[in-house]
Design a protein around this ligand. Structure first.
Ligand code: DAH
Length: 347
């Protein structure tokens, strides 16, 4: 038995360093330690070994197994390193001047974001920014989204451990947790807490959700939020602004429609669909583009505004969805892969 084990280890020591690819590695692994492998076959012979020798032989078998596993690990690590080196290509000298690749281009999301901000600035909105690391108060509580609301579920939201500290993001209460904001609506609260109305802000930015990536979902995407607070603001104003924005961005044939919906922070609330079948590649007659509504009095109370005096509207929408419509992009993953063949199409 001892001889057989030594022979097996010796064979592996000679063979494993010569393996060149993952398939070769997998085949060798199966031959040595797989269910039908040589080591497994030897282990099966343990049954025939006299009882008093079993502890010694068992120890030898274990040692052989450890050595084989270590050699297999080393072989796999070497193959992975070779693969990486092959991907990286020959070493480059970063001190050499780079070849002339021509001028750069803006990312399509940057283009849509800037265009939307330009459209909104024209009618009096200013750009506001908020932190991507948020607290439960700004992201949920102040937006009338109670603790048991599904949007706050651990399954949907990236929470930080309670021990996490972010000195530059202030908490409202000591108990609340930090999280990655799930929507840009948190900026509404931060802006309203800065001072009294009127308020007219647009806030584009990155948001995070525990979504599995596919052609239309990404755990990290971008939204654009608007908030308008003044006296006598009505749903008509909201609808007119959305019509103006989408006609400006997508062309005069673009139309919007509201469908009743529920959001804790607006009442009434709507989902916004738009129709833009004049755009290339747009087939569906109506496409859902965002949510909106009239700011709920509870939200005004949370920020100390008198809801008898002030009224307002708010809306939020996904920037990726807009860019996909505008440019006829059919897979959200293109935005994040930094493939120059994709990026160079946007001037
Ligand atoms: N926060 C919502 C979302 O992420 C979108 C939204 C709905 C924003 C209604 C609003 C609003 O400002 O009033 O799905």
């Amino acid at each position: 038995m001892q001889d057989k084990l030594s022979a097996l280890v010796a064979k592996a020591t000679a063979e494993l360093p010569t393996l060149k690819s993952r398939p070769e590695f997998e085949a060798a692994k199966a031959r040595y330690v797989g269910p039908n492998g040589e080591l497994t076959a030897l282990m099966k012979q343990m049954g025939g070994i006299p009882k008093e020798q079993k502890p010694i032989v068992g120890k030898l078998v274990n040692e052989a197994k450890l050595r084989l596993t270590a050699q297999l690990d080393a072989a796999l690590a070497r193959i992975a390193a070779d693969e990486l080196a092959a991907q990286l290509g020959p070493a480059i000298d970063p001190t050499l001047p780079s070849p002339d690749t021509g001028p750069g281009t803006y990312h399509p999301l940057t283009l849509v974001r800037e265009e939307m901000c330009r459209i909104l600035r024209k009618v009096g909105f200013t750009v506001a920014d908020g932190p991507e690391v948020e607290t439960e108060y700004y992201c949920f509580d102040a937006l009338n989204t109670p603790a048991d609301h599904p949007a706050r579920d651990e399954k949907d939201t990236f929470y930080f451990p309670t021990s996490a500290r972010f000195g530059n993001v202030s908490k409202k209460t000591p108990e609340e947790k930090y999280l990655l904001r799930t929507h840009t609506s948190s900026v509404q609260i931060r802006e309203m807490l800065k001072g009294p109305p009127p308020i007219r802000i647009v806030s584009p930015g990155r948001v995070y959700r525990r979504d599995t990536t596919d052609a239309t979902h990404s755990a990290n995407f971008h939204q654009l939020e608007c908030l308008y607070v003044d006296k006598n603001v009505t749903v008509r104003d909201l609808k007119a602004l959305l019509d103006y924005i989408f006609v400006s961005l997508l062309g005069k044939d673009t139309k919007t429609r509201f469908r009743p919906h529920y959001f804790g922070y607006t009442e009434p609330s709507f989902e916004v669909d738009l129709t833009a079948t004049h755009l290339p590649k747009v087939k569906k007659p109506w496409i859902e583009i965002g949510g909106c509504g009239m700011v709920d009095p509870t939200v005004f109370e949370a920020v100390g505004y008198d809801s008898e005096v002030w009224s307002g509207y708010a809306f939020g929408m996904g920037l990726e969805r807009l860019a996909m419509l505008l440019y006829g992009i059919d897979d959200i993953r293109y935005f994040y892969q930094n493939d120059l063949r994709f990026l160079k199409q946007f001037a």
